[in-house]
Design a protein around this ligand. Structure first.
Ligand SMILES: Cc1cc2nc3c(=O)[nH]c(=O)nc-3n(C[C@H](O)[C@H](O)[C@H](O)COP(=O)(O)OP(=O)(O)OC[C@H]3O[C@@H](n4cnc5c(N)ncnc54)[C@H](O)[C@@H]3O)c2cc1C
Length: 369
């Protein structure tokens, strides 16, 4: 019997496995491969969110410093620190950048960027690139890895049974946008898959030790390549009838990159594609999974519609948790989400209600019942 079984070995599942193992727990990790989903496709670029005040921006920017330290501690050789030149793509973006500069929310580098953009910009040291796949593999090493898809999850008296044969006291669903083992109506439609394509290219004319971010991000890599990404497509599903058009994706990425700077004759070396999972309020979901039916047996619909209802009022699936919805910031957020969930499982430490999956339960009751 494992202390925790994690379903999904993307950056969220793998970072959680590492963090729980450091707390002394035994961890089983399940997936068809480590980094089989969105995490294997990611850049993975770590950078701040350039917005005016919002809970999403606050959460991402607070998580960023934690992410730098976490990855450096786990495997310093798999993270490269490059300065970032972030250029506004439109007037709304420019306003956000000006707001952050005026409120001293971003440390600017005093040296000159590789070129001076016409639009509003930020030149900062607060960015890095993580070797996504290798980092997931390194983190996943701390768990017992089972190379299989979890098809069944059954509740038992003292824990959970997975695929009929594995037993764990607790289960964490870290399945991204790929699969849902959860059948809770209040979570239906809360997460959506956003298909992304990025490319590694070799440019004959452009070389830089700086990451440039405008319509897409153009990041220097250790292999002297440029990582360009990523597209956003909310309609494409990899399991659907339509085949993905790689040529169209490449053309879109190169056209956007060339709007910022001239790459000259750029040769595509490799394509990466995958789904990110974004929530409808743009914040991730981390914490215990509330049981709608059991909660409705305990409270009337009238009570559940009250906005002031405390988290303790819900009835939870004992020992069932989730970590999901990091959208385009999965590598920035994973260390913090892993720490929050790990402390919650190990010591019962509360998680901010803004991040709890049950925030969608009261919303569901208010709208549907
Ligand atoms: C092209 C692209 C570029 C990106 N660039 C960046 C970037 O620069 N910086 C950044 O921070 N983020 C980036 N992201 C976003 C980031 O990759 C995601 O936020 C992150 O991967 C989410 O991690 P996850 O672990 O939640 O999901 P995933 O990595 O999708 O992992 C979920 C895993 O669960 C597995 N799974 C699902 N169901 C089951 C089951 N039943 N049994 C077993 N396993 C199951 C899947 O196989 C998958 O491996 C990018 C994403 C894409 C697609």
């Amino acid at each position: 019997m494992y202390d925790v079984a994690i379903v999904g070995a993307g950056i969220n599942g793998s970072a959680l496995a590492y963090t729980l193992q450091k707390e002394g727990l035994s961890v089983a990790l399940f997936d068809t491969a480590v980094g089989a989903g969105g995490s294997g496709a990611a850049g993975a670029f770590l950078s701040p969110k350039f917005l005016k005040s919002s809970p999403v921006k606050t959460f991402i920017n607070e998580a960023l410093d934690e992410a730098f330290s976490f990855y450096e501690e786990v495997a310093g050789e798999l993270i490269s620190r490059y300065p970032l030149l972030h250029i506004a793509k439109d007037e709304r973006d420019a306003k956000n950048i000006r707001y952050m500069k005026e409120h001293d929310e971003i440390e600017m580098l005093h040296s000159s960027p590789p070129f001076i953009p016409q639009n509003e910009y930020v030149y900062t040291a607060k960015s890095a690139l993580v070797d996504a796949k290798k980092m997931c593999l390194r983190l996943a090493d701390s768990a017992t890895f089972f190379n299989e898809k979890v098809e069944s999850l059954q509740k038992e008296k003292d824990g959970w049974r997975l695929n009929g044969s594995y037993r764990a006291k607790n289960v964490v669903l870290a399945t991204g946008a790929y699969e849902s083992l959860l059948k809770e109506p209040y979570l239906e439609g809360v997460l959506r898959g956003i298909w992304g394509h990025r490319i590694d290219v070799k440019s004959a004319s452009y070389r830089s030790d700086c990451s440039i971010h405008q319509y897409v991000s153009i990041s220097a890599t250790k292999d002297d390549l440029l990582s360009i990404g990523a597209t956003h497509d909310v309609h494409f599903r990899p399991d659907g009838a339509q085949k993905y058009d790689f040529a169209k994706g490449r053309a879109e990425l190169l056209q956007k990159a060339n709007t910022t700077l001239s790459l000259g004759d750029a040769k595509v070396i490799q394509d990466y594609v995958g789904l990110r999972s974004g929530s409808i309020d743009h914040l991730p979901l981390v914490g215990g999974v509330a049981d709608l039916q059991a909660t409705l047996q305990k409270h009337s619909v009238f009570e559940l519609k009250k906005k002031s209802l405390q988290e303790e009022a819900y009835v939870f699936h004992k020992g069932l948790y989730m970590i999901n919805g990091s959208a385009g910031y999965g590598f920035v957020l994973a260390p913090r989400l892993a720490r929050l969930l790990s402390r919650h499982i190990v010591a019962g430490e509360p998680i901010d209600s803004l991040l709890l999956p049950s925030r969608f339960l009261s919303r569901y009751v208010r709208r549907k019942l």
